[in-house]
Design a protein around this ligand. Structure first.
Ligand code: AMP
Length: 397
């Protein structure tokens, strides 16, 4: 995989895939972290003499046709503000409007194409659509780590049309691949994996593959209840994925066979469903592993947070993905915040992925204390499962 520094970009038009799939609220960019994460690559391209930059991204989930609320205009405006330079826009991502706008770019100028998912050819990885995109630049750079696990036209179709010397990785994509790859290759021991969030099924793959490499697994959040159920514990009305109980039991057996300790919650904060702010006011502490019938576990309790914190403090490497409780509700954020603080305070090499975990760090203003914050949820999990990401493979060879 060629790095940015190895590509000839001078006097070239660079077609760059970015992940500007940012959250919107009221038609405005609600969080520009993904835009900021790509700035170093954008600046590095524009620093090359005579380089012109054409950016492409998807935004939201349009059904292969234009959707007014998902136009790239507001994203381009925010990019212009954080970049401190004008950003042009085009009415489409392919065809005459895009081609004219790209051709009119001067040295050091930036063009943001319209949402690539306004065309069905993007997700279908249609060859003709990819060729229309490829026309817009002479060199292709992919900095969209968050989209690298998708085999779409803008991530795979375009680079497949180009020779090796005309395509490469942006700085963000390169850093993600190196950081997460490094976790698989040479983690400092003890390697502690902390997982939470709602679904066992979305994380069982990564748990299985990392089992060979980790020294301890700490499980919190809603998914912990499926694991507790797999051990035969009563979990009351807590979230439980029936289909995942068996896989969870198998994982616990495999961990026991390898002598990898799996820590599950030992105490909880619990409430009567439905879990909303009214339920939060009547939440109760459950100072035992088992949860009474009508209650649902909504956060790890203080004893669990303490036990998790001790493991994290003595780790050499910590990988954390997923909240310890229902963090959408203030009162159920304590466990996640305690884990966030423990990860930051740990002398270990720390890597955090997943929107809710990163949001907890941001809310506490301690995100800078993490060695690597991954920008790609699905992509980082697939990479850690040991799978080859199509968007990365397309840059190689
Ligand atoms: P994920 O996308 O799998 O990382 O899951 C994040 C979601 O897990 C958030 O929306 C949380 O509200 C949810 N979650 C965390 N802990 C619990 C819990 N104990 N019960 C129900 N949902 C939870």
């Amino acid at each position: 995989m060629r790095t940015l520094g190895e590509l000839e970009l001078r006097e070239r038009t660079v077609l760059m895939r970015v992940d500007f799939n940012v959250p919107l609220a009221g038609g405005q960019v609600a969080d520009d972290a993904r835009i900021r994460a790509t700035l170093p690559t954008i600046r590095a391209v524009l620093d090359r003499r005579g380089a012109r930059l054409v950016l492409m991204s998807h935004l939201g989930r349009p059904s292969g046709a234009p959707e007014a609320g998902l136009r790239m205009g507001t994203v381009a405006q925010r990019l212009a503000a954080v970049l401190g330079a004008p950003v042009r826009t085009a009415a489409d991502c392919v065809g005459p409007s895009a081609e004219t706008a790209a051709a009119q770019l001067g040295a050091g100028e930036v063009l943001m194409l319209e949402n690539v998912r306004f065309h069905p050819g993007e997700q279908a990885n249609d060859g003709r659509f990819a060729a229309r995109l490829a026309k817009l630049g002479q060199v292709y750079v992919n900095d969209a780590f968050g989209a690298a696990h998708r085999a779409h036209a803008s991530t795979v179709g375009v680079p497949a049309l180009l020779p090796a010397h005309a395509k490469g990785a942006g700085l963000l994509l390169q850093r993600e691949v190196e950081e997460l790859g490094g976790l698989l290759a040479r983690p400092a021991a003890p390697f502690v994996l902390v997982v939470g969030g709602a679904k066992v099924s979305s994380k069982i793959g990564v748990l299985r593959s990392l089992l060979e490499r980790v020294d301890a697994i700490l499980i919190g959040g809603g998914m912990a209840y499926t694991f507790l159920a797999a051990q035969g514990a009563a979990v009351g009305a807590s979230l439980k994925e029936e289909d995942a109980v068996r896989p969870a039991a198998q994982l616990l057996d495999a961990a026991a066979a390898r002598r990898v300790p799996v820590l599950l919650p030992d105490d909880h904060l619990a409430a009567i469903p439905p879990i909303d702010t009214a339920a939060a006011r009547r939440a109760v502490a459950v100072a035992a592993r088992e949860i009474p019938d009508r209650l649902a576990g909504v956060d790890i309790g203080p004893r669990t947070a303490c036990a998790f914190g001790e493991r994290i403090a003595s780790a050499g490497t910590v990988l954390w993905n997923g909240p310890m409780g229902v963090t959408e509700i203030d009162r159920f954020r304590g466990g996640t915040q305690a884990v966030a603080q423990a990860v930051v305070d740990s002398p270990a090499h720390t890597v955090v992925g997943g929107g809710d975990s990163v949001a907890a760090l941001q809310a506490l203003g301690i995100v800078a204390g993490i060695d690597h914050v991954s920008t790609g949820g699905g992509a980082s999990l697939e990479l850690l499962e040991g799978r080859t990401l199509p968007g990365v493979a397309a840059l190689c060879g």
